[in-house]
Design a protein around this ligand. Sequence first.
Ligand SMILES: Nc1ncnc2c1ncn2[C@@H]1O[C@H](COP(=O)(O)OP(=O)(O)O)[C@@H](O)[C@H]1O
Ligand SMILES: [Mg+2]
Length: 206
Amino acid sequence: MTRLKDAIDYIAAAVIKQRDLLDRLDSIGDSDHGTNMARGFEAAVDALDKIEDLDGAKKVFTVVGKAFAESIGGASGPLYATAFLRAADICDENTKFNIENVEKLLKAAIDGIKKRGHSDVGEKTMLDVLVPVYECFTPEQVKDNTLYQCIGAAVKAAKKGLDYTKTIPATKGRAAYIGERSIGHEDPGAMSSLIMVRELFNFLKY
Ligand SMILES: Nc1ncnc2c1ncn2[C@@H]1O[C@H](COP(=O)(O)OP(=O)(O)O)[C@@H](O)[C@H]1O
Ligand SMILES: [Mg+2]
């Protein structure tokens, strides 16, 4: 599973680089989303580095989920932690990343976020990116595409999802306090989800 670890290291570095952008987008909340995500990914990378036998996706996702849960105070910490831990639940040491498994894994992660966050699409959150991303791995949209092509489609869907968050008011999270005044702004959690999907695609390019 060193390739999965390498992917997470790559995504972590990209998210950490975007700390200021994410903090700035979170001016509709409390301006800490980049700081939170950087802290979570730094903790995750540290924790993964310390483990000698990273045998399988289950362990990798569990370590990342726990690192997020333990290191982030904000709403996004427990939500992303839940996503990684629910993904871990459906993996074992032999799980291969084919289209079918990625669909299952994303579904479990999204269901976890919805349950924990009492939220759904259309509330200006990370779900407005993650749900359209998930749909790119369903049989109706996959057709003859390879996994890599599906991830490419997912990046496009994520960008559309992020744009959509600009058009609606926040009804969950801190940005809900400013309600209608959040219209016109991108959601920071939607942006961090987009960055993760985009950087997975970039990682797989090489
Ligand atoms: N109930 C929720 N369900 C799904 N996502 C949420 C929810 N509440 C907040 N979020 C996401 O978390 C992001 C904010 O994360 P962050 O700033 O790190 O935490 P906090 O809001 O506690 O400061 C939001 O932009 C949104 O995408
Ligand atoms: Mg915040």
